[in-house]
Write a protein that binds this ligand. Sequence first.
Ligand code: BEZ
Length: 221
Amino acid sequence: MENSYQEIEKVNQMPRIGDIAPDFEAVTTKGKIKFSEFATDKWTVMFSHPADFTPVCTTEMSGFAQRKDEFDAMNTELLGLSIDSIHAHLGWVQNVRQNTGVYFDFPIIADLDMKVSKLYGMLQPNESETAAVRAVFFIDPSKKIRLIMYYPLNVGRNMDEILRALEALQTSDKHKVAMPLDWKRGEKVIVSPPKTLDELNARIEDESLEKVDWYLAKKEI
Ligand code: BEZ
């Protein structure tokens, strides 16, 4: 007899950090896409929302739209998704634009058959059997999943944190360093701990580092 967790795992393949993002084809507000051919050489932030024409989702989608230039500056494409029809998406985009002047100028997947939602573990039946949760997948240019966020239906995400996490991932890759608690641009980063005695001795000698101890050292970048 299967327990409810096993039943959920059967419908949700739940990709994990480090996996290659599963490929799919989908209809979006900007035309059809094949994910493996989408945003080549760029990062992708793919996010789901529970439903068009709902209040929290409208604030979140507006947040993505209003800060799209910051994603552009970080070589990142936005890709939205919900289990709604393309007509609902078009109507909602138009409605928000008329009401607020904010234009959702990025593709939004119409996942009516729930194919992509299930492929990405966005459908979490104990939260809702018909609406995707608020997921955010950070996918690097090699299509590897690097960070995943899941929020429930009743709590909107934090756009500052989404942008901060993206910048932290990209900065970590570029400088081969790790990012401490609450790291923000301009702050010191963590140097990887030494792996040999020679590296340890060099670390102890290195006066350019801010050291708590040999295993926790920070530097400017
Ligand atoms: C909202 O976006 O406001 C919402 C959507 C689905 C369920 C609950 C809230």
